[in-house]
Design a binder for this molecule. Structure first.
Ligand code: N7H
Length: 446
């Protein structure tokens, strides 16, 4: 099936995996299952079987609409399957390196460094990642069972890691913010974005084989292997919720109470309401309204960040039309992240030792200029908007030297010595093939 919004754009939705384009349901439950391939023939058979459970983006009204499974492969996975080096070399350089090798550039140092990651993340043992998605736990078990039936009992295939995640009906993540609000529109996908003021993006930004914002078409060798595929980057990010709450309490003032300070750091109130539209008081109704909660730009109303600080999480990771060094549109990403672990009870200021955080998931055709650029230049540096070495106050690799500036009249407020609230537990760079490419890999003879 081909769907066209404009005469010149037609995305082959029936060849693109569902999880690439379709926003996840809310509420939501999902499971990541990582597999190791010990035998190339078994690996190819596995991909043939996987085709029976993976759904395409073609039919949003199918009975499986809200439950689906996706499959992704790491670079060591493609290698283990026996894909020749000349074909492997046509994939993005960062993907070929893998996340652990890119640690220094990503700010994964100290306690976030690969030597401290959860096993087996970053160890080249993960070859295939299956992701099962469903609106609730009960239906999730059905999808997981379907996914498990694909590999269980297979000689040469071993499940080596599992991570369960969820999105609450409120979409609140462990720090208490509503997540999953801002999504780009993609030409030809039929799925609208959430900001009416943001022009749809060229499909090649998010799917391989189509023109992108730079006018280029990315191709792999052979073309069928990459076409309608894309890259997905998983990061297990532990959140120090008690530390975050304590920081808010200790740094709140009469002018900036805890909730306003949290909002200044995020760019949105915890309800999801953006400071751009309600700078002084929260508006939970606006925060919950998908028609209004992402309908804004920065430059005309707030060029210097008096409402939404340039250093806040959402303005850094998507400066929209704000004037910055560079062009924001070529660094946009699809996010599919969700929370893991239990929530720390409201009001608790002591850590209970439980692991909780976000399974961050990036989807995009350009891991270098999209994910890596944002992570290294916008999250862990502030030069692009004139804030020196300031890092993201929520997710930056902060230390005792770090600061965060809240622009204000007559004088700005500068918070010093921000702790690190988010620690990397590990992650993988993966490729999520189109369905024809999966068939090609399954049938490939070495
Ligand atoms: Fe972020 N959070 O839940 O607190 N993020 N994020 N993120 N993030 C956003 O707009 C969060 C992370 C982006 O278009 C919201 O959907 C947490 C990484 C981008 O306005 C919230 C972690 C990267 C946007 C969070 C985390 C990004 C965004 C507001 C880690 C990229 C859209 C809700 C533990 C390298 C910005 C929303 C826009 C929004 C949270 C990580 C990127 C609440 C806790 C690693 C592009």
């Amino acid at each position: 099936m081909r769907v066209a919004e404009k005469a010149d754009i037609a995305l082959e939705l029936d060849d693109i995996q569902s999880g690439v384009l379709r926003p996840r349901p809310t509420p939501y439950a999902s499971t990541y299952i990582a597999l190791r391939i010990d035998d190339a023939r078994a690996g190819r058979e596995l991909l043939g079987r996987v085709l029976k459970v993976v759904t395409s983006a073609a039919n949003p009204t199918s009975p499986l609409a809200d439950t689906w499974a996706s499959v992704a492969l790491t670079y060591p996975g493609l290698k283990t399957l026996g894909v020749p080096q000349q074909y492997l070399d046509s994939f993005a350089w960062e993907f070929r390196q893998g996340m652990a090798a890119r640690a220094a550039d990503l700010g994964d140092t100290g306690e976030s460094a690969p030597e401290n990651w959860e096993e087996p993340l970053g160890k080249s043992d993960i070859h295939v990642v299956l992701v099962a998605v469903s609106p609730d736990k009960q239906r999730l078990e059905e999808v997981v069972a379907r996914a498990r039936s694909v590999y269980e009992g297979m000689q040469g295939i071993k499940a080596i890691w599992r991570q369960d995640c969820h999105a609450l009906p409120t979409d609140k993540e462990p720090f208490g913010f509503r997540d999953g609000i801002s999504h780009p529109a993609i030409e030809g996908s039929g799925i609208p974005g959430t900001n009416p003021k943001e022009l749809p993006f060229k499909a090649g930004e998010f799917v391989i084989g189509y023109p992108d914002e730079m006018g280029s078409i990315q191709k792999t060798e052979p073309e069928i292997l990459g076409r309608n595929g894309t890259y997905v980057i998983f990061r297990k990010l532990h959140q120090r919720v008690a530390d975050f709450r304590k920081f808010l309490k200790e740094n709140s003032t009469n002018v900036e109470g805890e909730e306003l300070l949290a909002a200044k750091m995020m760019g949105r109130w915890r309800s999801g309401a953006p400071l751009a539209l309600c700078p002084l008081h929260d508006n939970p109704e606006l925060g919950a309204d998908p028609k209004r909660n992402n309908n804004f730009l920065y430059e005309a109303d707030d060029a210097v960040g008096l409402h939404t600080p340039g250093g806040s999480h959402i303005r850094r990771t998507n400066p929209r039309d704000a004037s910055i060094a560079g062009v924001a549109r070529i660094h946009r990403m699809i996010r599919r992240g969700t929370a893991y672990g239990t929530m720390l009870p409201e009001g608790t200021l002591e850590d209970d030792g439980a692991d909780r955080g976000l399974m961050f998931a990036f989807v995009g055709a350009h891991p270098g200029r999209q994910f890596e650029f944002v992570q290294s230049q916008w999250v862990n540096d502030g030069v692009f908007f004139g804030a020196g070495a300031d890092k993201d106050p929520i997710i930056g690799s902060n230390d005792s030297e770090s600061s965060f500036t809240v622009p204000r009249k007559p004088v700005r407020r500068r918070l010093q010595g921000l702790p690190r609230f988010v620690v990397t537990r590990g992650g993988e760079y993966c490729f999520i093939p189109g369905l024809k490419a999966l068939r090609w890999l399954a049938d490939f003879e070495t």
